[in-house]
Design a protein around this ligand. Structure first.
Ligand code: HPA
Length: 274
């Protein structure tokens, strides 16, 4: 039986191939704070998600949607400006569809970025955090359903999701460029409501250093397909209950934008070395 999810991914790849034969090596998913990242790219081609039949389009303000193909230094990249989240009501297979499409376009590395709430008491708003591992148990696993054998195995190993060698390059690059970089465990929750203080205490006890509403499901789908994965979070706020003030999407966005230039520099310098 033909798998519908597989067919949808392959149709998107075909639609893109009608526009460009560009072969990226690194795929970059731009989270909040990296909205202007295209300025770092020698752009060769852009494709709006809306021009790709079946491609999921974000409903969140500030998440414009397009693929940007080009070069960071000498490295061919595809950047996702805008992504969809599970809380928007999309099927989890649609949330990871873009990562699968980028793999099928040739990308070997997936560089994930996001804005996240800091849970670790040593973190401050504005910090950058290298993702060393994740907690996926509060999000829906994107591999539930018939396995797509063409992409990967039924029970993929997740003992080293965030590639050790890429993490070492990122740490070295941060050090060399004097960009402070924390490290930690990222937990994905579904959202869209922010967490309660009790949930944040539970996540902290579970070992999480940061929490957000994206990234982990993409990392799982990418590992399933054999991609090397790395990720950096911009700690846009301290999580619920850690400060005596309510959380708002606007404040999170503003704080993430503030770290933009530093975040952009780190991503660019790292990608050049990948
Ligand atoms: N919680 C969940 N997701 C987030 C947060 C948060 O505090 N900040 C940015 N994304």
């Amino acid at each position: 039986m033909a798998n519908e999810i597989y067919s949808k991914v392959e149709k998107c790849v075909k639609a893109i191939r009608k526009v460009t034969d560009f072969e990226p090596r690194v795929a970059i998913t731009l989270g909040s704070g990296l909205g202007n990242y295209a300025e770092q790219i020698d752009v060769k081609c852009e494709i709006s998600y809306s021009d790709i039949p079946g491609f999921p389009i974000s409903t969140v303000p500030g998440h414009a949607g397009k693929f940007i193909f080009g070069y960071v230094g000498k490295v061919p990249v595809v950047c996702m400006k805008g992504r969809v989240h599970f809380y928007e009501g999309y099927d989890i297979s649609d949330v990871v569809l873009p990562a699968r499409v980028m793999r099928r376009l040739g990308a070997e590395i997936l560089f994930l970025t996001n804005a996240a709430g800091g849970i670790n008491y040593t973190f401050d708003a504005g910090d950058l955090m290298l993702i060393n591992d994740h907690i996926s148990l509060f999000a829906k696993n994107p591999l539930i359903g018939q396995n797509i054998d063409e992409y990967g195995t039924r029970f993929p190993d997740m003992s080293c999701v965030y590639d050790k060698e890429l993490r070492e390059i990122i740490l070295e690059t941060a050090l060399k460029n004097k960009i402070p970089l924390k490290q930690g465990i990222y937990a994905q929750v579904t959202g869209p409501s922010f967490e309660s203080p009790a949930e944040i205490r539970m996540l902290r006890i579970s070992g999480a250093d940061a929490v957000g509403m994206s990234t982990v499901v993409e990392a799982i789908a990418a590992r399933h397909m054999g991609m090397r994965v790395c990720g950096i979070s911009c700690i846009s706020n301290l999580a619920a209950g850690m400060l005596n003030e309510p959380l708002s999407h606007e404040d999170v966005q503003k704080a993430a934008d503030k770290t933009g230039p530093l975040f952009e520099k780190l991503v660019t310098e790292c990608v050049k070395k990948f």
